[in-house]
Design a binder for this molecule. Sequence first.
Ligand code: MG
Length: 299
Amino acid sequence: MLPYVAHDPRFSRLVIGHANLERLFSGCRWAEGPAYFAAGRYLIWSDIPNNRMMRFDETDASVSVFRSPSFNSNGNTVDREGRLVSCEHFMRRVTRTEHDGSITVLADQFDGHRLNSPNDVVVKSDGSIWFSDPTYGIDSDYEGQQSKSEIGASNVYRIDGVTGKVSLLVSDRVKPNGLAFSPDEKLLYVADTGATHVDGLPATIWTYGVDGEAVGAASLFATCPEGLYDGFRCDSLGNVWTSAGRSVFCYAPDGTHLGTIPIGEIVANVCFGGPRRNRLYICGQTSLYSIYLNTRAAV
Ligand code: MG
């Protein structure tokens, strides 16, 4: 049985007919935040309620605990110098793990108020760090620490890579969540999972035109037929590979839903890995999966 469903002929050129969906690890409570480290050939991801970050070694398929406590880390990424950048629910901050292993706090407040609970993060080619800040880590003690929002809104921010200044970029989403740039960095994709807090609100992905350090007006990119979009990544062709309910969806840059990879449990996020960057890692609720594709990471 094929591990995917094609909705558009273009999808067949992006997948490999005999590639399998592989379950690599199980035993997480909420797997999120995959980030691939090319130099070491390993993947880091977060197990948020278990307060740990995990590490999958691609060379021998072993899994170990990378960091515990992780302060309920959520989204992770790798910056242009190969350093780990993480969102921490419990500490309500974005951190960077330096080459020597020490941890630098990149942002923990905006305008004198503590952040809510940074959720997902992406680094632009100019070294700036863009992150979403919904309330999931302060809504309960399960994924962080229950607390009031000091900011009173859920936004997307930019940390300047040189000065460290934190700027407000997106303030018109209910719960901004997953983030990614198009390959040319002219578009920022932002998922909105506000349906968790507003009855009847559609689950959506929006695009924002990017102009240097600013973004333009929002434009609706996709609406999820069932469940939520959470995290996603673009491939080198600009297709968007996103979590979507209990599946991974692939969208063309024009918003056409090209194909579906059913996973069988709620999917939180994906990222490309492997020496050729053609292996899609998938964080399902309890498990880490992967599948080889006939496309590769945007960067
Ligand atoms: Mg997320």
